[in-house]
Unconditional design. Structure first.
Length: 384
């Protein structure tokens, strides 16, 4: 009797089925990575420098675990590292909804606002932190800098004066306090702080404060010389190139002032004064296209600034938007009635709008303000 030969194809199929039966349970019982394992992988990726990989992993984790405040906060930190401030702020705000009393999240949110040059919003987050944790130096320094950038010099004094009295040897507090005193016009108190700084040596920071004091007193020649020496000693002094540019502008050295402002903006594109003054110079020279982005940024940085609002109005007039310019400049003159330049611009603008009576009224206001200035004599440099 003949034996049937095995069917090789059938044996192969049976072998595959047997193998599938063995490994099948592995596929059935295997689980997706846990939230903890994804979180740990994200932390490891960030620590190793793979920030984009960390962002991807944190997002993956939050899809399954949206209530993780730590993961959401870490995602915000990674987004800030990549310059994605708007999304980072959204993540921090969502984390704040879940844990409104978390000081770390609030500080991270403040830092994101700060890095986006939203100093009013940054200070709004820092103020409750400072009240609850007055001993925290990072919060104190950051809040003081926000106030300085917003030209809230009296608020800086209210914040730092008690700290200075308790510990007059904190150089960061001394520097910020001295700057605020000088720019607020309290020169004598400012000099006391400067003298204390000078006891530790004639530093570039001390020279910067001295030059700022000379500038506030309108001694532009001395200020320019002092500030030049300070910047030679330390070209990276915060705000140094800007105040140097303003001193040069006061001396009538427009060419070097422009170079100083451009140097300042290379170091800090969100320097309000550098944007404002360089933009104003370019507008005055007829470079309206170059002036526009600088003046718009200045207004965004300080929406309540009389000088920034005035420059935007003057730019509108220079570009032929006369009705818009009229509304802007009238608003400035109404809110700051002693702002001489606003009345000068309005006098010219009304003539262009064929409103001679209004132009004459503004001209008389200009004459009255000039007479008042002569009676009162030179005043410290301050915004209207």
């Amino acid at each position: 009797m003949l034996q049937r030969r095995p069917n090789r194809r059938r044996l192969a199929v049976e072998s595959l089925l047997a193998l599938a039966a063995l490994i099948g349970p592995l596929f059935v019982t295997a689980q997706a990575p846990s939230a903890d394992s994804i979180y740990n992988a994200a932390v490891k990726a960030y620590d190793s420098g793979d920030v984009r990989g960390a962002i991807k992993l944190y997002r993956e984790m939050l899809r399954s675990t949206p209530g993780s405040v730590q993961a959401r906060t870490n995602l915000g930190v990674a987004l800030v590292h990549e310059g994605q401030y708007a999304e980072a702020i959204a993540q921090y705000r969502e984390a704040m909804k879940q844990d409104p009393e978390n000081p770390t999240v609030r500080l991270d949110l403040a830092l994101a606002w700060y890095k986006q040059a939203e100093f009013t919003k940054a200070s709004a987050e820092l103020e409750p932190l400072q009240r609850k944790h007055p001993e925290n130096k990072q919060t104190l320094y950051l809040l003081a800098d926000c106030y300085l950038r917003l030209a809230k010099y009296r608020t800086v004094l209210q914040l730092l004066w008690p700290v200075y009295q308790a510990n007059p040897d904190d150089p960061t507090v001394d520097y910020a306090l001295g700057t605020a005193l000088i720019l607020e016009g309290q020169t004598k108190k400012g000099e006391v702080v400067i003298d204390r700084i000078l006891k530790n040596g004639n530093s570039a920071e001390a020279s910067l404060l001295i030059g700022t004091s000379q500038y506030a007193a309108r001694d532009y020649r001395k200020a320019a010389a002092t500030l030049h020496d300070a910047l030679q000693a330390n070209p990276n002094l915060p705000g140094g190139w800007t105040i140097y540019g303003r001193a040069l502008l006061g001396r009538g050295d427009n060419q070097n002032a422009e170079a100083a402002f451009r140097h300042a903006l290379q170091a800090d594109p969100n320097d309000f004064d550098a944007n404002l003054h360089l933009g104003g110079m370019l507008r005055h020279d007829g470079d309206n296209d170059g002036a526009a982005p600088l003046l718009e940024r200045a207004l965004r940085l300080r929406p309540e600034s009389a000088a920034a609002q005035f420059q935007i109005g003057a730019l509108s007039a220079a570009t032929g938007h006369l009705e818009g310019a009229r509304k802007q400049l009238e608003a400035v003159a109404k809110r700051w009635p002693d702002f001489l330049e606003a009345h000068l611009q309005l006098a010219t603008l009304y003539m262009r709008l064929n409103r001679p009576q209004d132009s004459e009224r503004e001209r008389k206001i200009v004459l009255a303000l000039n007479a008042k200035a002569r009676r009162e004599g030179p005043q410290p440099e301050r915004e209207p």
